[in-house]
Design a protein around this ligand. Structure first.
Ligand code: SF4
Length: 375
């Protein structure tokens, strides 16, 4: 087998974890807890003996979900609720909601009423990372721990938290190592594969993920040669994003889609929880320090992070993709546009739907934006 085939097989093995997640999760005896924000402390759920998995809302949203909330909710939230109401996660015991935006807050309330058999847990996420906010978030985590201890009739001891921190840090380190190739200018993973790897890390099957990601790194390290970066790199920013049609459109122009500044990208695996600090305080500090979403009170924190990514990945232009009705990302756009333009970075704004299939108009806009920029 040549090394390119070996690398492709290893990528597929990792991505398959997400593709086959429901079957794999159903086969596991542990309770499963879903989540919809990457600021959910997976370590605590693992230490409670549960498997934390991200709900990605892959199915088109139903009229029932739109009637329950409102048709003017973002399509990610509506798709998640549709999956819940249709029993797609019937193997799960409950869902942990983090106050990542008002729509997810309302999703928590609708879930508690309309998804029978699931417990709905709620965590308030502060909008900054001051010491006071970290202490407050840690107090929220202690409440969640007490609730999970009652639910599963087991103590969540420091040792269990320590093991969970080690497992999650290992996943982060492996994806960071994979990502090092992209930052150094090698095109190891396409935009869609990058998202696939991150989604695989969020299925909760941590040991399997760590094993497969390590095998992928091994395959890359022994590969004869790796493709080099394309002449133009476009970073996608904005709302929840995993639209393969848009990535394909970008990559068909000859540009490279950099899926870093999204929750299915670098935002998920950045940093590490301090393994030597008191575990709950360390988990609270980690999730607040890495919080750079539009929900953050100070937009400059988000902006600085975005510009760091622009430099780290050698980004040439930005597509700011907002899900329709996502006010959280919409209201920041004028300021972000101004700051990116000041850095002479061309920006294309697109408003779309989570699972839209008819994207002909969007395709034309992306082509028209990129073609003059690609030399
Ligand atoms: S896409 Fe926007 S509105 Fe929807 S969950 Fe994300 S931040 Fe909230």
């Amino acid at each position: 087998m040549n090394t390119a085939t070996h690398v492709q097989d290893a990528i597929r093995d990792v991505v398959d974890l997400h593709r086959n997640r429901f079957e794999l999760l159903r086969a596991r005896p542990e309770p499963k807890l879903g989540y919809v924000s990457i600021h959910t402390p997976e370590e605590i759920l693992l230490a409670a003996g549960a498997i934390p998995f991200r709900i990605t809302g892959e199915q088109a949203y139903t009229n029932d979900a739109a009637a329950r909330l409102s048709a003017n909710y973002c399509s990610y939230v509506l798709s998640c609720l549709s999956e819940g109401m249709d029993g797609v996660h019937d193997f799960a015991d409950g869902v942990v909601f983090v106050n990542g935006c008002d729509m997810r807050k309302r999703l928590c309330e609708a879930w508690a009423c309309d998804v029978p058999g699931h417990s709905a847990y709620y965590l308030d996420l502060p909008g900054d990372a001051t010491d006071l906010s970290k202490a407050y978030f840690a107090s929220q985590l202690h409440k969640l721990i007490a609730t999970l201890e009652r639910r599963y009739d087991r103590k969540i001891v420091h040792d269990a938290l320590g093991r969970a921190i080690e497992t999650c840090n290992r996943s982060r380190a492996l994806v960071q190592e994979l990502d090092r190739h992209a930052r150094s200018g090698r095109r190891v993973l396409s935009g869609g594969e990058t998202i696939g790897v991150v989604k695989a890390a969020t299925t909760g099957l941590k040991d399997a993920f760590n094993e497969r990601a390590a095998a992928l790194l091994g395959a890359l390290n022994t590969a004869d040669s790796l493709p080099q970066r394309r002449p133009h790199r476009v970073m996608i920013c904005g709302s929840y994003f995993d639209h393969q049609g848009i990535i394909d459109t970008i990559e068909e122009t000859g540009a490279e889609a950099i899926c870093a500044d999204i929750s299915n990208g670098a935002k998920y695996f950045e940093g590490r929880v301090d393994p030597d600090a008191e575990p709950v305080a360390a988990i609270a500090a980690y999730y607040l320090d890495k919080h750079t979403s539009a929900r953050r009170l100070d937009t400059d924190v988000r902006m600085r992070h975005m510009l760091e990514l622009v430099r780290a990945y050698g980004v040439d232009s930005v597509i700011y993709y907002v899900l329709k009705f996502c006010d959280t990302n919409l209201h920041e756009y004028p300021y972000i546009l101004q700051r990116l333009q000041a850095e002479k970075i061309p920006v294309l704004f697109i408003e779309g739907e989570r699972n839209a299939t008819n994207i002909a108009g969007t395709r034309t806009r992306i082509q028209t934006f990129l073609e003059p920029l690609i030399t």
